[in-house]
Design a protein around this ligand. Structure first.
Ligand code: ZN
Length: 237
C-alpha cells in the first residue's frame, strides 16, 4: 500500500491525523505520514500515535516498507497496536527531527566546502559526518568550520526540485555520493537546491533557510580508510 509522504512537501509539519491502513509484524502502516523513514544517512523519526481514546502508542523508529512509498511506524516494545481503519493523531518528536534537519542541511554545505567525492555519511541528533575521498593533508578543521559558518551566516533559502531519471542521467555530475545512488525507476528524482551553493539528489528533510542551522563545530577529522577521510560535525548551540 502507499503512504502519502507529507514531509516531502512540508518538513515542518509536527502534527497531523491519519488512518491506519494495516498493522504488520514490523510496523504500522498509515495512509499518510509526517514520520521520515530511515534513508540517505538520515535516521527514522520517532514520536507518538494517539488513538481516539487518548491512548499513546510510542513510535520508536520509522522504516521503509517493501516499496519506496511504504512507511512502517515501528511501535516501542510493549506498546499497543491500533486496528486497521482506526484514525490516529501523529505527533513527531520535533526537537529531535529539527536537530536532524539542521545537521542534514549542514552536511550539504560541508560537501561544498570540501571539494571531493563523498564516500559515506551519517546523521544523528547530536552529530553528523561525511567521509571524503581526499588526502588527509587537504582537510583543515579550522578552515572547514570557518567557511561552513560563513555560508550559514549569509543565509539562503533551500528549494526542492524534481527532475526525471533521464534528466539526472544527462547530468551525472549532480551525484556527489560514490556509495549511494539516488533511487531510480520511480520516474523522477528529488533534488535539494541551495541557490549558488549546492544542487544534488536528496530525499531527506532540510531547513527552509540555511541560517536556521545557526553555526557548526568540527568535532574531529580522522582517517577511516584509504577513501574515507571522516569529518564529524555538531551544532554549535
Ligand atoms: Zn539532503
Amino acid at each position: 500500500m502507499t503512504t502519502q509522504l507529507l514531509f516531502r512537501e512540508d518538513a515542518y509539519l509536527e502534527r497531523t491525523t491519519a488512518q491506519v491502513l494495516a498493522v504488520h509484524e514490523r510496523g504500522i502502516e498509515l495512509d499518510r505520514t509526517l514520520f521520515y523513514p530511515l534513508g540517505g544517512g538520515q535516521p527514522g523519526d520517532t514520536g507518538v500515535l494517539i488513538r481516539a481514546s487518548g491512548e499513546r502508542i510510542a513510535v520508536a523508529d520509522t522504516r521503509k516498507g517493501a516499496t519506496p512509498d511504504e512507511v512502517m511506524h515501528v511501535p516501542a516494545a510493549g506498546a499497543a497496536r491500533p486496528e486497521p481503519g482506526e484514525s490516529v493523531t501523529l505527533e513527531l518528536d520535533w526537537a529531535r527531527r529539527y536537530a536532524l534537519m539542521r545537521l542534514h542541511t549542514a552536511l550539504h554545505l560541508l560537501s561544498c566546502v570540501v571539494p571531493a567525492p563523498v564516500s559515506g555519511g551519517n546523521i544523528a541528533p547530536e552529530k553528523a559526518r561525511l567521509d571524503f575521498d581526499i588526502d588527509m593533508s587537504a582537510l583543515d578543521a579550522a578552515r572547514i568550520e570557518r567557511e561552513t559558518n560563513a555560508l550559514i551566516a549569509a543565509g539562503a533559502r533551500t528549494e526542492t526540485l524534481w527532475i526525471t531519471d533521464a534528466q539526472l542521467d544527462a547530468q551525472p555530475e549532480l551525484v556527489k555520493t560514490m556509495s549511494v545512488q539516488p533511487p531510480r525507476g520511480v520516474g523522477r528524482v528529488r533534488l535539494l537546491k541551495i541557490p549558488g551553493i549546492d544542487l544534488q539528489p536528496c530525499g531527506g528533510t532540510h531547513v527552509r533557510d540555511i541560517a536556521e542551522i545557526g553555526a557548526i563545530r568540527v568535532l574531529r577529522i580522522r582517517s577511516e580508510g584509504k577513501r574515507n577521510k571522516r569529518v564529524e560535525i555538531a551544532l554549535a548551540s
